[in-house]
Design a protein around this ligand. Structure first.
Ligand code: CTP
Length: 420
């Protein structure tokens, strides 16, 4: 979560039962390295105490008791000026109305009015209050003024009723926060397609052939690309992972479906990163009905599955190709020579080679250890680290290549040094 590191988040909390979830927000953001300053309204103090936030953030918490103190001017203007983001979660119908009208009668509303940073609000209110025309009009006004909204969500209220007005969960709010903070990153304005997971090639309606890919590296790349400001389309096979907040998500089960999705999305994309483990072979025929045991052992004939990268690189396909294409090479032997061969035959700008025979890296684990091979013959070794950190470096290199900058000047190595 390094995008939050050293960022100044001003967290406003208003009087809603969802205030307890703000404690989780403050805690997660602090653990990710952000400096979280909390402002509580008087009503919020009825639900949760300043001490809770002070303990979680290790920082002073601001309340209306300081509104008329000697430092009040510094507080009013200073808090909002110094922040990278003002997040108000939960925000009540009352504070939404105050913001819409430009009222400034408590520390939070004064700070919001003076704030120079983006403002993200997560509404929380009981049934009917959000849909009330008065609130809707306020929401419209705030959206018009570029105030960003997280939610509200549909669901069960504290009153026991169901409807629209629940505060969205902290992970959704943190996801939106990351997107806002990353907005002017290295890849701002670029569209990136990332594929992830192992494809599933159907044998019959219930069975398929797949591989050990978990999708973790592809999902980490998608999150890192959001953090770098890109517009991200994640084309994924079914996995156990949650798509990062802010991506356009497309599900593709088979190599064929992934090929079609990649071709459609490539038309206006700047970068394609093929992190998916796409099947090389698929059953030549998919049985319409479930194969039955009583019919004996089936003879499954395989045929080649489409090679997505080859298809894109072939002159004949006529498919529009993103300006930069990155592939992965999962190898269990001759890592560098196999990867170099794929880099060339698939006409890639960069290939990320990983040795899948290692126990501590590669498929289905949190970390990876890779070598980046560039089209101009340069190589760069990335030691064992989280898939997110690996992703950040890959995307940094991608951004440099897009901007035609010199890619890197450290970490070079020769084949002779690493190939065993
Ligand atoms: N790839 C693809 N279409 C396929 C197979 C692979 O686009 N049908 C892409 C992968 O997403 C990856 C790169 O090609 O980015 C290399 O994949 P890999 O499985 O390592 O290589 P293959 O070309 O399949 O060759 P082999 O399995 O023989 O190593």
């Amino acid at each position: 979560m390094s995008i939050l590191k050293d960022k100044r988040i001003l967290l406003g909390v208003t009087g809603s039962i969802a205030a307890y979830k703000a404690a989780e927000l403050a805690s997660t953001m602090t653990q990710a390295g952000a400096h979280v300053d909390v402002i509580l309204t008087r009503a919020a103090e009825q639900f949760i105490s300043p001490l809770t936030f002070q303990s979680l953030t290790g920082r002073k918490v601001y309340t209306d008791s300081e509104l008329w103190g000697g430092e009040s001017h510094i507080l009013h203007v200073g808090l909002g000026h110094a922040a990278d983001l003002l997040l108000i979660a939960p925000i009540t119908a009352n504070t939404i109305a105050k913001l819409a009208q430009g009222q400034a009668n408590d520390l939070l509303s004064i700070t919001a009015l003076a704030a120079q940073c983006p403002i993200l609000i997560a509404p929380a209110m009981d049934i009917g209050m959000y849909e009330n025309p008065a609130t809707q009009e306020n929401v419209r006004l705030l959206k018009e003024r570029d105030i960003l909204f997280a939610g509200p969500a549909q669901g069960r209220m504290a009153s026991g009723l169901e409807g629209l007005g629940r505060m969205v969960e902290p992970n959704e709010i943190i996801g939106q926060t990351r997107k806002i903070l990353g907005k002017s990153g290295d890849l701002a304005g670029k569209k990136i397609i990332i594929t992830a997971g192992g494809t599933q090639e159907a044998i019959d309606p219930v069975r398929f052939i797949t591989n050990r890919s978990s999708g973790k590296q592809g999902y980490a790349l998608a999150q890192a690309a959001i953090d770098a400001g890109a517009e991200v389309t994640l084309i994924s096979t079914p996995t156990a992972l949650k798509a990062p907040v802010g991506v356009s998500f497309l599900l593709a089960e088979s190599a064929e479906e992934m090929l079609n999705a990649v071709l459609t999305e490539s038309a206006d994309a700047d970068v394609l990163i093929m992190a998916a483990a796409v099947a090389d072979f698929r059953p030549a025929k998919i049985a319409e009905k479930k194969l039955k045991k009583r019919d004996g052992i089936p003879q499954i004939t395989l045929e080649p599955a489409p090679d997505i990268l080859k298809h894109l690189s072939s002159q004949k396909s006529g498919a529009s190709r993103p300006s930069l294409v990155v592939g992965f090479a999962a190898e269990s032997r001759d890592l560098l020579s196999n990867a170099a061969e794929k880099l060339k035959s698939k006409k890639l700008d960069l290939i990320v080679a990983n040795d899948i025979s290692a126990k501590d890296a590669g498929f289905n684990v949190e970390n990876n250890r890779v070598i980046l091979l560039y089209a101009d013959g340069q190589k760069e070794k990335l030691s064992l680290q989280s898939k997110y950190k690996i992703s950040k470096t890959i995307l940094k290199r991608v951004a440099s290549m897009l901007n035609k900058e010199k890619v890197f000047n450290t970490g070079l190595l020769s084949i002779a040094k690493t190939e065993k």
